[in-house]
Ligand binder design. Structure first.
Ligand code: NG1
Ligand code: ZN
Length: 539
């Protein structure tokens, strides 16, 4: 049978569920994400697009990840990873949306062929796709639909089964660079662990991690994967003692429930279980292990959170100092990328104390990633703990080839080279970021309370507001100001003016049908009050 007939026959097994009211499926910030029972046909069709993308790019391997991250267990999602491990190119998000919304099997085959013609894709060229999924039970059915699409289009594929999202990004890049000077590591899950463990030991440079670390894995895929990584890290040599908690992946309903990075960040408190022990260094991953939040409970003052902004400023300060000690300050440009949700105190600390440039982009890591690529050392994190540090090829080669003129300079260069391997260069990676934080704390000989002293977060409040049509809310200035509805921004400005050191903004969510209002002020009660006075302007 021809590819065309194969596609139609296979598609008939995965009928598209209508969303009603002429509503469309859209490839958003996190790919397609919704209730899992709507996603079977969507995932099949994403498989078709991934094979087109691979053929378009000369047979390079494309990745597909099935996950709904920090969202409830009943949700799922599917997104495409480009050859170097970055997110799908933005132009192709449109093609994904077009293909997925085809109204019949015939129309699907027709759109597939039209895309091939429009984009000048040779449908007989080789194609390769690799994929993985998080622990959601619905993932099985979705990857089966994906495999059907890959078979129908004669696409070579590898099913990596359970993976964290960043592991899939790693594997995509490793596959495409294997045997080249840009080689990213061995093409296997074990290769990922070997690379991280080796770089972690090397980056510590003989130092030892102090005290135990408790890691809350959100009852998601990060639990078993972190347990696997720990087998590769020598405990006696590094002093790295980890206790994994919330790692029940057998009861799907507990995924992200009252635990995990999103819970900690939005509730601004530790997961109730296991009962927090005062003073113990703790962190939480999210359901697919690409977000990381640190925290501890102080016996006197209570819960203290170290979020993405903190990790960002910690990394920028540490790497900035190393670059200076390495004698590379005049050669390499270091910058930090944040979104409007970054705490104002962190922005001040980075610009005024660290004296590094900060660029603000719209929400969604693809935007941050893109801007961070413009620096030699680009540190980017969303406040919710999703982010990484990108090194330019100039930076990586300088770490390896610059002739050190003193033992201190050599030490700095070696540490930087190790960080280049430790930090996931494709996407934010909670496990890699956690090892980075542990390395920095060991180098600085800091506890979490030392880290928390670098600056004081401005009290803030984030509220979700239900709106009739969120698409009416258009923003400018990296989402910090509203263009429409007309008059809304003036209302916000008027309220904000009544508070000292205050800031507030509103924007439509890219992942939910709602608006978000963020407010920051000098005191907790003022931040709450400000958010509550701004929010009604939208409902
Ligand atoms: P939306 O729903 O557009 O606010 C949320 C997060 C983003 C990002 C995406 C993708 C907040 C305020 N927003 O986006 O940072 O992580 O989900 O998962 O945390
Ligand atoms: Zn996630």
């Amino acid at each position: 049978a021809s590819i065309d007939e194969n596609i139609k026959a296979a598609s008939a097994k995965h009928p598209l569920v209508s969303l009603g009211d002429g509503k469309q499926y859209t490839y958003g910030t996190a790919g397609f994400r919704m209730k899992a029972d709507l996603l079977e046909a969507v995932t099949f069709r994403v498989g078709l697009l991934a094979s087109l993308r691979s053929r378009k790019l000369g047979g390079q391997t494309i990745g597909v990840m099935v996950t709904a991250s920090h969202n409830p267990a009943a949700d799922n999602g599917v997104k495409i990873v480009d050859p170097m491990g970055d997110m799908l190119e933005q132009d192709w998000e449109r093609h994904a949306t077009t293909l997925v919304n085809a109204s019949s099997d015939d129309e699907l085959a027709a759109i597939y062929n039209k895309l091939a013609v429009d984009l000048k894709i040779d449908l007989s060229a080789p194609a390769k796709v690799i994929y993985g999924r998080d622990t959601r039970p619905s993932g099985h059915k979705l990857v089966a639909a994906l495999a059907d699409a890959l078979q129908a289009t004669n696409t070579e594929f590898v099913d990596y089964k359970l993976l964290t999202t960043p592991q899939l990004h790693y594997l995509v890049r490793a596959t495409n660079t294997e045997g080249t000077p840009l080689s990213y590591g061995k093409v296997s899950e074990a290769g990922y662990y070997e690379k991280l463990a080796e770089a972690f030991v090397r980056a510590l440079r003989g130092r030892r991690v102090q005290g135990n670390l408790i890691v809350d894995c959100a009852n998601g895929v990060g639990g078993p994967k972190l347990a696997e990584l720990l087998k590769y890290i020598p405990k006696d040599k590094t002093g790295f003692h980890v206790k994994i908690v919330n790692d029940d992946v057998l009861r799907p309903e507990v995924l992200n429930l009252d635990c995990g990075a999103d819970f900690v960040k939005t509730k601004q408190r530790a997961p109730p279980s296991p009962k927090p022990v005062p003073g113990v260094r703790s962190c939480s991953l999210d359901g697919d292990a690409d977000r990381l939040i640190y925290y501890y409970v102080d016996a006197e003052t209570g819960f203290v959170m170290l979020d993405g902004d903190r990790i960002s400023s910690l990394a920028a300060s540490f790497i900035g100092d190393l670059v200076e000690s390495a004698g590379l300050k005049d050669e390499l440009r270091i910058g930090v990328v944040q979104t409007a949700y970054a705490n104002g105190a962190s922005t001040n600390y980075i610009t005024q104390h660290l004296k590094l440039p900060v660029i603000c982009t719209p929400t969604g890591v693809k935007h941050l990633h893109h801007v961070a690529q413009g620096f030699d050392v680009g540190v980017y994190f969303e406040a919710n703990g999703h982010g990484t540090v990108l090194f330019s090829s100039d930076a990586l080669s300088a770490f390896k080839t610059k002739e050190p003129q003193s033992p201190a300079q050599k030490d700095a260069l070696d540490t930087l080279a190790a960080l280049g391997d430790l930090i996931n260069q494709t996407v934010g990676d909670a496990i890699s970021d956690m090892l980075l934080v542990e390395v920095i704390l060991a180098h600085k000989n800091w506890t979490l309370s030392d880290w928390a002293m670098t600056y004081t977060d401005l009290p803030n409040r984030l509220v979700r507001v239900e709106v009739g049509n969120k698409d009416l809310f258009r923003t400018t200035d990296a989402e910090r100001r509203l263009l429409s509805p007309v008059g809304c921004q003036d209302e916000i400005d008027e309220v904000v003016r009544k508070y000292k050191d205050a800031r507030a903004f509103a924007r439509a969510s890219g992942t939910e049908n709602a608006c978000r209002v963020y407010a920051e002020a000098a005191t907790r009660s003022e931040a709450n009050e400000l958010a509550e006075r701004v929010a009604p302007a939208f409902s």
